[in-house]
Design a protein around this ligand. Structure first.
Ligand SMILES: Cc1cc2nc3c(=O)[nH]c(=O)nc-3n(C[C@H](O)[C@H](O)[C@H](O)COP(=O)(O)OP(=O)(O)OC[C@H]3O[C@@H](n4cnc5c(N)ncnc54)[C@H](O)[C@@H]3O)c2cc1C
Length: 432
């Protein structure tokens, strides 16, 4: 989804900043929310792409319900989609460039935005859990090249394992004789599932250990037998983004395709079996790290709806005056703006924390995603109200923004699950 806000693996050096200007004047004890010139330039550049290329194509691809390959290719040509672009966004030591890029792109359109950023969840998993060699090999393969663009999929959810990630039943067994992993199971709801080359698949190597028995495997469609796409899902929103089941049927991959390496996995599983603590839970690590960026995507939708409703309210006349001259409308717009600004502060804080290795002790990543998702749903619903009958039609974009916004209450942890994570973090109790 997202080029995600990645929690740095202590073993993996963060990429060097691309230019000197990318490094803001962050001194110990100095607080500033002023964007650097680089951040502003990147924001304006992505905004230009969103306004000129993405927004005009949004309705068409929403109606077609197909992956907008030509737009992904354009994004790759200008460097917005690809390994180098991601490295540049991630290089920003404040952590703000990634949410800024996501907000601007999703301001253009969320379905197309997800088609461009959906690869990010697989990338986040590889970056967060892979060895330096795996990162070097697989992340570029997630994107392909501008001439041969690829997307990637992160497959955790299953028909009976959605919110309850520990219920994952896809099984990975190691075939000692062949030196290969054999994976069997069914994945549900995978963004880019079946149309990607690289699939990162969460599977259990020991079902008795719950999520502590999980590991992440790279399954490249171009090499592995036994991986196939199931039903493509027809959705309420985000319809330009491909979502499908993925089947793994005696699917074999080499020993080295488990992220982090087999040796590290064996050691971790042995520790867990001895009852010792284990820090690595493959799917949860990826979700926790990417939540602020997902929140930024929701913010982009909310801002699009707010801006559209504001302009409409300043033009539409009823009872001989602009509808914005009624407090009921003006105050609604004031609250829409307020909620967006408040959500952005949470998103930026969590992004900064994630980039700088601060633990989310109060589940700040979940807070940012929960708030931004709810704001996007509420703001886009209010935008429909401000447009009246027009807001309810497909002639105007606000109904699409409302449909798109709703997913932010659901994926990468539902609103209820985010509250559970926050409640557990602040109480230290195993709230159920
Ligand atoms: C468009 C789309 C794209 C997606 N992309 C991906 C992807 O790329 N990769 C991937 O792995 N998954 C993906 N998902 C799956 C997504 O992460 C799940 O849908 C989500 O985690 C919720 O799981 P579920 O749908 O099984 O709902 P359930 O877990 O069945 O939840 C149903 C309801 O029960 C509530 N609930 C469940 N448990 C509790 C509890 N303990 N306390 C309170 N309430 C609870 C939930 O909040 C929800 O309201 C995608 C889903 C969609 C719709």
């Amino acid at each position: 989804m997202s080029t995600s806000t990645l929690t740095p693996d202590p073993d993996v050096p963060a990429p060097e900043p691309i230019t000197e200007e990318a490094v803001p004047a962050v001194e110990e004890g100095v607080f500033s929310l002023e964007l650097t010139q680089d951040q502003k330039d990147i924001r304006d550049w992505v905004h230009g792409f969103a306004a000129d290329v993405v927004r005009p194509a949004a309705h068409e691809w929403d109606e077609k319900e197909q992956t907008p390959w030509p737009i992904i290719e354009e994004a790759a040509k200008i460097g917005l989609y690809g390994f180098e672009g991601l490295a540049q966004f991630f290089a920003d030591p404040t952590g703000l460039t990634l949410p800024i890029v996501n907000e601007e792109l999703f301001w253009g359109d969320a379905g197309i935005g997800m088609s461009i950023m959906g690869t990010g969840l697989a990338v986040a998993s590889i970056f967060g859990q892979g060895t330096p060699e795996q990162i070097g090999e697989w992340i570029p393969r997630c994107f392909g090249t501008p001439d041969e663009v690829k997307v990637a999929a992160f497959c955790s959810s299953e028909p009976n394992a959605g919110s309850d990630v520990s219920a994952v039943r896809t099984r990975a067994r190691f075939d000692e004789a062949a030196g290969e992993w054999v994976i069997n199971g069914q994945k549900a709801w995978a963004t880019n599932g079946g149309i990607s080359d690289v699939h990162v698949v969460i599977a259990t190597v020991d079902p008795e250990l719950g999520s502590r028995g999980h590991a992440a495997f790279v399954v490249p469609m171009s090499e592995a037998q036994g991986i196939s796409q199931g039903t493509k899902v027809s959705k309420h929103g985000l319809r330009a983004s491909h979502t499908a089941d993925v089947f793994l049927d005696d699917c074999r991959v080499p020993a080295a395709y488990v992220l982090g390496g087999k040796e590290r996995l064996d050691e971790r599983i042995a520790r867990v079996r001895e009852g010792k603590r284990s820090s690595s839970q493959a799917a949860m690590q990826t979700f926790e790290a990417s939540r602020p960026t997902v929140g930024a995507q929701a913010l982009g939708i909310a801002r699009a709806a707010y801006e559209y409703a504001l302009e409409y309210a300043k033009e539409r006349e009823q009872f001989g005056r602009k509808i914005i001259e009624n407090q009921a409308i003006a105050f609604t717009l004031a609250r829409m703006k307020l909620e967006i600004e408040a959500a952005r502060l949470l998103v930026w804080r969590a992004s900064w924390m994630g980039r700088n290795g601060h633990r989310f002790e109060n589940a700040e990543g979940s807070m940012s995603k929960l708030k931004a998702g709810e704001v996007a749903v509420w703001v886009s619903e209010r935008a429909i109200q401000i447009l009246g009958g027009n807001g309810y039609t497909r002639e105007y974009p606000v109904e699409r923004w409302h449909r798109d916004a709703k997913i932010y209450d659901i994926f990468e942890g539902t609103a209820e699950i985010q509250q559970l994570v926050i409640a557990r973090a602040i109480s230290g109790l195993q709230i159920r």
